[in-house]
Unconditional design. Structure first.
Lengths: 199, 199
DNA sequence: ATGTTTCCACCTAGGTGAAAACTT
DNA sequence: AAGTTTTCACCTAGGTGGAAACAT
């Protein structure tokens, strides 16, 4: 498992769009996983603080299983119930942010957005994809590796935010989640309402 | 000016889509420059050979003025004529390929494509843009910098291909160039011919 | 029954040349 | 007259949820 940062200078990771994440978390966030890979919405976007400006850092995203259980959504009660023992996840999957490694000063000056990561239910994920398990729960974790001049990792910091946890699904279960995705994701409009945006 | 590589191991730079470049060169290539920046078509795409697999290299694109003259296109003779003395170019503009610096082994295994570079006639080019001068001639040059562990440039190699030279314009002059751009660039279709691709 | 896959209409995002408007 | 800027219809490219087909 992961060792935390032990030095006196602490790295801070700030989650962007915190209100949006909480809105989804209140309904029980679901993320679609497909064979070809699907983006996350909302995307994990973070702001880093406390980096050493002259050192290089690699920033990565990883998904930790919240438990070993499988869930199902019960429509008449609008609740998630445990439906049995979950499967074992593929080990050691990590998505390195394509703009990293980069200097601490550069990374701190911008928002690190993981919008291009794709979630899949394929057993052999392609480059840029992370393979998850349908009907199981995950929490994203941000890893920050400090790298010395010769490429050796000298420090390692991990952060995670409970409000970004989600259930992986191949089709949305809770229609309130679907509505919120359509309302907030510019790519998602579903079927047009009568008389709106028509030419 | 630029120093050439002097070591025994020579770096080779191979231009991709050579036939396409020659087709344009035969007509006298023109590249549109705009305030907001315009991509090059064809794009400069190269394959690198002879790199040291363990060293890091930075690959960049730069535009060298072919002469200090300004040209105009004479329609009735379909020829470019000198029309006077050109302007001075903004110095030291260089576009580093976004995937570099990278290890020699990584760079050699893929095509280095400069498709995202944008050419502009703006005096203060934004990030990712190179400012050129309308009605003047340029030849792209590929720079390969070998970088040591502590970031110092230890070797420098330059390559250029005469068939990629062009005249920068704000509107196409030679209609044969326009036709070839429309024929070969998937984004450029101009006005549809009657009865084609219609629903 | 329940969950997965495929296909598709509908979007966003952005790269084209043509034409018109503008500048000098 | 000659070159520049703006706008726009028309494309490519690719991210959505819905529905139907499929699998178990």
């Amino acid at each position: 498992s992961v060792t935390d940062d032990t030095s006196e200078n602490t790295i801070q990771v700030e989650l962007c769009q915190n209100e949006l994440w909480h809105a989804f978390h209140n309904l029980g966030t679901e993320m679609i996983i497909t064979k070809t890979g699907r983006r996350m919405f909302p995307a994990i976007r973070v702001k880093l603080h406390g980096l050493d400006p002259g050192y290089k850092y690699s920033v990565s995203l990883e998904f930790s299983q919240m438990d070993k259980q499988k869930y199902r959504y019960v429509y008449h009660s609008s609740k998630w119930m445990v439906s049995g023992l979950g499967d074992e996840m593929i080990r050691d999957q990590i998505y390195r942010h394509p703009d990293s490694p980069a200097d601490g000063a550069v990374l701190e000056s911008q928002i690190v957005s993981f919008e291009r990561i794709k979630l899949t239910n394929n057993d052999s994920p392609k480059y840029g994809q992370i393979s998850l398990l349908s009907m199981q729960r995950f929490v994203p974790r941000i890893h920050v590796h400090q790298i010395s001049g010769d490429g050796i990792k000298v420090r390692h910091f991990v952060a995670s935010f409970p409000q970004t946890s989600f259930t992986a699904v191949t089709a949305y279960q809770n229609q309130e989640i679907t509505k919120l995705k359509i309302a907030r994701n510019p790519f998602a409009k579903g079927f047009r309402e009568a008389g709106k945006n028509r030419s």
